[in-house]
Design a protein around this ligand. Structure first.
Ligand code: FE2
Length: 498
């Protein structure tokens, strides 16, 4: 790709100093430090970027002829009439318009990637669930790229009605540069959380490098490809064992939450969100044979998810041919180390909504299709307080993943690359050993304690009640003894208060 040179800012060192991250989390700093890509900083800004000088029209969006003979193409992320404060759109100036492609046909290589949760695709399970670390396909077994490596874990709703949420896992070993494909999701935003192996996303709007400890959002309809980076050597594209989590929302877009009484500052700072600069390639591919299939490695395919099913079409030119663009509908990434954590400094364990990084709202105020919540390194200082999460039942569904280390309420079992699910109104909370330690004044930490220095877990919290894909509901995928972690919780009731 030709990178933006003319109007771009200086190379951006995106990630800030990391006073709290330690252990395995700090190893990704070397990966982030060698990211020499240029970014445009700021959440939701109205950006303008061109990889070739004067490729953006000077005044309007649709001149008689766009500069350099480019095609003007708008991608509307919200309806035309959405109020200006929420309106999202981008004008692209492309070598070829994206309408030019062969008909799409059903793509059958990965039936485990879907998001229309009905009785034929999904099952229900009310129990507290925890999965084993999701296995990564061996490079000796098969070449698996991001598209074929997605496994839908569960979700709810229907993308046709633009209401619902899905959680997917990806495990893969090959770059899409190798498999010659690009992906586009018609059904909603994708929030991608790498857990193992850094990613290079080539998108229509430019490139983003995303290491574990960071995440990236690709909004509905923006085409992209996922390449893998060798964490040790930096080689990219590479064959590497990659794993991560994806949340997909159909209702709305992921946005930074309002802060209410917290004030004008705190949580995720808008200045730390990074959008790409224009980068393009002008590449033509040979016309596919009349009988070419989706598996034809000689053709370049665009795979598109549309109302829960995958389709593919061979392309005769690169979809990454946007020479310049302007707008506020962009992929963006964020380094979780930059999160400005807010918490109680007097007493009590507060609700985890204080750790919300992004939210995608339903039409009901304050009710999220998905809140993305992180449990970062932080100081705990509460006095006379049971500091781990409290026992509770929630009208929301809680899916948790672990990027690195231990989660404070579950030191055992909830290992990196695994996941748990606590569904609507199903009781959960700390395991018996954690309760015993943190409720005993002799063993409970007192005073300021730096916690989770080496750990990074997160939660997708949704108002929707998830159904599970069949593989996710299969006992062989799960830690079926999970429920026993609460078995040691005995009555400590005493009729006479001490
Ligand atoms: Fe919970």
């Amino acid at each position: 790709m030709a990178d933006s040179k003319s109007s771009a800012p200086e190379p951006t060192h995106v990630h800030p100093a990391l006073p709290l991250f330690g252990g395995e989390l700090s190893k990704w700093e070397a990966v982030k430090a060698r990211d020499t890509l240029i970014y445009q900083m700021g959440y939701g800004n109205e950006f303008a970027t061109e990889a070739v000088k004067d490729a953006l029209p000077k005044l309007g969006n649709t001149p008689l002829r766009a500069p350099h003979g480019l095609y003007a193409e708008q991608v509307s992320g919200t309806s035309f009439t959405t109020p200006r404060v929420h309106n999202r759109k981008v004008w692209m100036y492309k070598v070829r318009p994206s309408a030019a492609h062969a008909p799409m046909r059903p793509y059958t290589k990965n039936p485990r990637f879907f998001n229309d949760f009905n009785d034929s695709t999904s099952e229900i399970n009310p129990n507290q669930l925890r999965w084993k670390p999701f296995p990564i396909p061996s490079a000796d077994e098969a070449v698996v790229d991001f598209i074929d490596g997605v496994m839908t874990l569960g979700g709810a709703g229907c993308p046709a009605a633009k209401a619902g949420c899905a959680v997917h896992i990806y495990t893969c070993n090959a770059s899409m540069a190798e498999t010659r494909r690009a992906f586009c999701n018609s059904d909603g935003d994708l929030l991608i959380v790498p857990q193992q192996t850094p990613l290079l996303l080539r998108t229509e709007l430019g490139k983003l490098r995303v290491a574990p400890g960071e995440f990236v959002v690709v909004p509905r309809g923006i085409k992209f490809a996922v390449d893998l980076e060798d964490a040790e050597t930096g080689a990219c594209p590479a064959r590497a064992p990659a794993r991560g989590y994806i949340c997909e929302v159909y209702d709305s877009h992921f946005v930074i939450p309002d802060l209410g009484p917290i004030g004008a500052n705190g949580l995720a700072n808008p200045r730390h969100f990074a959008a790409p600069v224009a980068a393009f390639e002008d590449v033509e591919y040979p016309a596919p044979a009349a009988d070419a299939t989706e598996a034809d490695a000689s053709a370049f395919h665009l795979v598109q998810k549309f109302v829960g099913k995958l389709f593919a079409a061979p392309l005769q030119s690169s979809p990454f041919d946007v020479v310049a663009w302007t707008g506020n509908y962009t992929p963006f990434k964020y380094d979780l180390a930059a999160f400005n954590t807010v918490n109680s400094v007097s007493y009590d364990h507060l609700d985890p909504s204080i750790f919300t990084v992004l939210t995608a709202q339903t039409t009901s105020p304050g009710v999220a299709a998905c809140d993305f919540v992180v449990f970062p390194p932080r100081f705990a200082v509460q006095d006379n307080t049971f500091r781990p999460p409290y026992y509770h039942r929630n009208c929301m569904t809680e899916f948790m993943g672990n990027i690195q280390g231990q989660y404070d309420a579950k030191p055992e079992g909830f290992v990196p690359g695994s996941a748990s699910l606590h569904s609507c109104m199903m009781g959960h909370g700390p395991d018996a050993d954690t309760y015993a330690k943190f409720s005993n004044e002799k063993t409970a930490p007192q005073g300021p304690v730096l916690m989770n220095k080496n750990d990074l877990a997160f939660m997708f919290e949704s108002t929707y009640i998830f159904k599970l894909s069949k593989w996710a509901n299969a006992p062989e995928s799960q830690q079926t003894e999970y429920y026993r972690c609460w078995a040691g919780l005995k009555s400590e009731y005493e009729a006479e208060s001490k």
